[in-house]
Ligand binder design. Structure first.
Ligand code: HEC
Length: 274
């Protein structure tokens, strides 16, 4: 029976994949009432699709023009939802937790998020140093500097956007003690970690990212790396060690200034003590 089936499949005039289009990439948006699944063609057919110019593109490190749809239109009413964070899941294990407050700044002159769409007809070039493009769905920001959007808040190879609770509510182990002063470095460092690192690294099991190792478990990175080595690795991983499949990119002072790097390391040490 199985042999017959194989023979039948071989006899088909074209691969099954083409017939049913089973492999076509989709973007799922689960924000409030039910999940909606979009194909690239669905998004491109929308009347709000537009050409968007990005002056400082994170993926290509140069100006880019994308065909894109405004994220605010796709999400709908931001004020009536019972969550405060947009979780952006990529197909490669990268999961960014983006505050809705950052998204909604677009309504008051802040950075404007769009979903850029790559198509087979108009493929995007490979990213510098990579053998793939950021498509088929890429969350981009117009005027990113207006709201201080960080590079880890531009998820590419996007598969799903979901409304969720903030990381501190979902993973209490990320929080610092209420007794710490409001301006404690550890408190600031926690925010910096969520913005810049949590998308790839879990911390004491917290988070959804799967690209890099948990930075607290089984041992905290501050306990087996020297202070100098850890700082250098965050600034420029390749200045510490290199290999062909290295993934992590460095964070220069324009993304994490020296004082914020101090805060971040203070936070990692605090989590190690906890
Ligand atoms: C895009 C994903 C990504 C982001 C964002 C990221 N990292 Fe990494 N990181 C990795 C990966 C993957 C590794 C494993 C080595 C590699 O492939 O580069 C790693 C390795 C490390 C290591 C070495 C761990 C070990 O035991 O070898 C440390 C420490 C580290 N990252 C800290 C950070 C900090 C702190 C941040 C935020 C400022 C950060 N990373 C942001 C992906 C990321």
């Amino acid at each position: 029976m199985r042999i017959l089936l194989v023979l039948f499949l071989l006899a088909l005039p074209f691969p099954l994949g083409q017939q049913v289009n089973a492999k076509e990439a989709t973007l799922t948006i689960s924000f409030g009432a039910g999940a909606k699944v979009y194909r690239a063609a669905d998004l491109l057919a929308r009347t709000d699709a537009a050409d968007v110019t990005i002056k400082h593109d994170i993926a290509y490190k140069r100006p880019m023009i994308y065909r894109a749809v405004p994220l605010l239109d796709l999400l709908g009413d931001l004020d009536k939802v019972p969550f405060d964070t947009l979780e952006a899941q990529a197909t490669d294990g990268f999961v960014s937790q983006i505050p809705l407050a950052l998204v909604s700044k677009a309504r008051d002159g802040g950075a404007v998020p769009w979903i850029a769409i790559e198509t087979a007809k108009k493929p995007w070039p490979d990213m510098p140093g990579r053998s793939f493009s950021p498509g088929p769905f890429f969350m981009i920001w117009q005027h990113a500097e207006r709201s201080g959007v960080g590079p880890e808040q531009w998820p590419y190879a996007l598969a799903q956007l979901s409304g969720v609770q903030s990381p501190f509510k979902r993973w209490p182990q990320l929080a610092v003690a209420a007794s710490l002063p409001a301006d404690a470095p550890e408190r600031r460092g926690a925010k910096g970690f969520i913005k810049n690192c949590l998308s790839c690294h879990r911390l004491n099991g917290a988070g959804e990212g799967d690209m890099g190792p948990d930075l607290d478990k089984p041992m905290n990175a501050t306990e087996y790396m020297t202070p100098v080595g850890l700082r250098r690795l965050i600034r420029d991983p390749a200045s510490v060690r290199t290999w062909p499949n290295q993934v992590m990119q460095g964070f220069d002072k324009s993304v994490i200034p020296d004082n914020e790097l101090d805060d971040l390391i203070a936070y990692l040490k605090y989590i190690a003590r906890k």
